[in-house]
Design a binder for this molecule. Structure first.
Ligand code: SF4
Length: 477
């Protein structure tokens, strides 16, 4: 008889394991540190960034407020350009549509350029189940395909891997088995490895950064040129795109690109910004004979009702790079397709709040994610809303509910609150040593891995009352 499989790890277990992984820390520090420096320099070099950010949020809101109009307009124009448009209500329908097109094309090999929507709907798994050979063509996706992993960052899927790891992977899996040390040599090795597949694939699958309603074109922005090689040589090009990618005009797509790219990589523009509009026309030297666009809902119309701001997300990854939680535990600990603050807000929509309620709790509410978001998504507010929903729906543990009820009771009665403080504060001060408490008896979760600050000698209220502290200034007299 087979031994029962161990229960799946939850977020806490995954996060704990990640915190003990030194290699992961090195990889994350390199990638996110670099990203933060480059973004800061790009924003400093463009004084109009804040205005562009406001405009970007307004562009997305305009498209979302007129969602049906622009989606229908996009479909009409895409059909007129010769594309075939497929609507998918959920992940299952989206994967089924892609597989049906691949079967119709009698495909054996499909190339794929990076698409987080593909991860969200489980497309890699669906392609494998359908017996199709999938070749990931983005360099980082190529790395994680060799490693048998999933992406850990929405811009740099292999952010959890150091270059030393990658050298070993390439030495093991690439045909020439060389242990390379220079990044340029590793890139050349991957290019050589992938080159034949670009031309052998019958179908190329891409995502879309924008769906342009006025033309019916889809826009991809990449740095490696692999999206162009994925979408141009094969006979069939399939685009999978979330319906929130809709924008009214090409001008709007370009305006969004300017804040998206600066927020993602710190560059002014990506190396490749391509508008794909319909299949190859008579006289064209290259391009696909068939051009399919699979428009995926998968919870987005529900989000339009419940958290419309999240549909502004342009998947730049800035909130991940600046998150004090993501930068310590990496993406895999989150357990869904999307990690970091945006993942903590999105994953409950896709996987259910009950199963993912730890994610919104894994936030310090420092607000940096909102500050760097190029479309001003109030991520801390959205995460707080999830926490409140989880509490109202009864998903929180009994002990937490009791503790919060007790807190609310005490905090709403000033005399009782002061009396409780009069007992608790001296006790806590006695536990402290040099201003820090090493172990709190009733809250070990706080002090297992870090110290807790001892309370000040006199409470804030007492200092204000005596005039020692002024409210609002924080300064002493
Ligand atoms: S939430 Fe904002 S910062 Fe985070 S990925 Fe989306 S657009 Fe970028």
């Amino acid at each position: 008889m087979n031994a029962p499989s161990p229960p799946p790890e939850d977020f806490r277990a995954r996060a704990k394991r990640a915190l003990g992984d030194r290699n992961l820390k090195i990889a994350l520090d390199r990638t996110t540190g670099n990203a933060r420096t480059k973004r800061a320099a790009a924003v400093a070099a463009w004084p109009a960034f804040d205005r562009a950010r406001e405009a970007a949020a307004a562009i997305k809101d305009h498209a979302l407020q007129n969602f049906p109009y622009y989606l229908e307009r996009f479909e009409r124009n895409a059909l007129a350009s010769g594309a075939k448009v497929h609507w998918a209500r959920d992940a299952k329908e989206a994967c089924a549509a892609v597989i049906a097109i691949c079967r119709e094309a009698q495909a054996k090999t499909v190339t794929r350029s990076k698409s987080m929507l593909g991860e969200e709907i489980g497309l890699p798994h669906a392609l494998a189940e359908a017996g199709l050979r999938r070749v990931e063509t983005d360099l980082a996706e190529h790395i994680i395909q060799l490693a048998g992993e999933t992406p850990s960052h929405i811009i740099w899927p292999a952010a959890h891997r150091t270059r030393e790891d990658v050298a070993k992977l390439f030495a093991k899996h690439h045909r020439d088995h060389l242990l390379l040390t220079e990044i340029e040599a590793m890139v050349a090795s991957a290019r050589q490895e992938l080159r034949d597949d670009f031309f052998a694939a019958e179908v190329g699958i891409s995502g879309a950064n924008f769906l342009v309603a006025e033309t019916g074109a889809i826009c991809t922005i990449t740095n490696e040129g692999n999206a162009e090689l994925t979408t141009t040589p094969p006979r069939v090009h399939i685009v999978t795109a979330g319906i929130e990618k809709i924008v009214a005009t090409t001008e709007h797509a370009l305006q969004l690109t300017r804040v998206l790219v600066r927020s993602a990589t710190g560059a002014d523009l990506t190396q490749y910004t391509t508008f794909h509009c319909g299949p190859k026309r008579e006289g064209d030297r290259d391009g696909p004979e068939e051009f399919h666009i699979v428009l995926v809902d998968h919870g987005r119309t529900q989000m339009l009702e419940e958290m419309p701001e999240m549909l502004r997300c342009v998947r730049c990854g800035a909130c991940l790079n600046h998150c004090v939680v993501y930068t310590k535990i990496g993406g895999h600990a989150y357990g869904g397709a999307y990690p970091g603050p945006m993942g903590a807000a999105l994953t409950p929509v896709f996987d259910g709040l009950m199963e993912t309620r730890d994610l919104p709790h894994a936030c310090t509410m420092n607000g940096l994610c909102k500050q760097v978001c190029p479309v001003d998504i109030p991520l801390p507010t959205l995460l707080r809303d999830w926490r409140a929903k989880s509490f109202r729906r009864g998903f929180e543990p009994r002990a937490l509910k009791l503790a919060l009820a007790l807190w609310a009771f005490v905090a709403s009665k000033p005399a009782l609150y002061r009396a409780a403080l009069a007992v608790a504060l001296p006790l806590m001060r006695r536990l402290g040593n040099n201003g820090w408490i090493a172990k709190l008896p009733f809250a070990p979760g706080w002090t297992n891995t870090r110290d807790f600050p001892s309370p000040a000698k006199r409470s804030f209220l007492a200092q204000v009352r005596s005039g020692e502290k002024k409210v609002g200034s924080g300064e002493k007299k």
